[in-house]
Design a protein around this ligand. Structure first.
Ligand code: HEC
Ligand code: HEC
Ligand code: HEC
Length: 109
């Protein structure tokens, strides 16, 4: 919640909540096309708030906003202590701080 609340999408839209993207009655896990459709309710492909990335055609950008703007990162809050290990390992979780992650884009090329 705190990461989402720090995102410009949340701050500037003032209408965003968990159900903007998540339907609790349907499992949509790994369905990046569906999540991207939710992004495009505000960031319409023909509108001024669409992606500014020039490295890929619009049709490709539209398939998966998530891996570039909400990458899975080591969680600061959720850690796992495996058997026999001395220190906990951070779980890898989709960050809800929606932003431009330049290093992710390099990895995806
Ligand atoms: C409820 C409307 C809404 C939804 C849904 C939404 N956004 Fe946003 N988003 C905004 C607004 C408003 C801004 C601020 C104006 C701007 O930068 O275009 C913004 C800003 C951004 C920014 C710039 C962030 C920054 O720090 O400058 C990115 C990147 C972004 N959104 C990506 C996404 C992605 C990816 C999704 C889907 C996972 C998404 N948005 C869903 C409204 C929304
Ligand atoms: C802008 C869209 C958006 C909003 C708003 C949003 N989420 Fe998410 N959330 C996602 C996406 C995309 C994923 C990744 C789904 C996947 O990997 O299959 C995700 C994943 C998750 C996960 C699984 C994390 C993991 O990596 O295992 C949880 C839990 C979650 N969201 C909770 C929430 C809660 C609680 C809220 C409200 C505070 C919220 N989300 C709001 C887009 C959003
Ligand atoms: C291949 C990675 C990639 C994909 C896919 C992608 N983006 Fe982006 N996006 C970027 C990069 C990189 C930038 C920064 C471009 C620049 O400033 O030159 C950016 C910029 C943006 C911005 C403007 C941020 C700002 O600083 O004002 C928004 C909004 C945005 N993207 C939304 C989206 C949405 C919505 C989708 C899906 C429809 C999407 N992006 C798909 C990489 C991506």
């Amino acid at each position: 919640m705190q990461l989402l609340a720090a995102s410009q999408c949340f701050l500037q839209s003032q209408t965003m909540n968990c159900s903007t993207c998540h339907d609790p009655h349907v499992s949509e896990r790994t369905d990046m096309q569906t999540f991207s459709t939710r992004c495009m309710t505000c960031h319409q492909p023909d509108g001024p708030q669409f992606c500014k990335h020039r490295g890929k055609p619009s049709a490709v950008l539209q398939q998966n906003c998530v891996d570039c703007h909400m990458p899975a990162l080591p969680s600061g809050a959720i850690t796992l202590l495996a058997n026999g290990e001395q220190s906990p390992t951070p779980d890898s979780v989709r960050t809800h701080l929606i932003a431009v992650y330049a290093d992710m884009v390099k990895r995806m090329k």
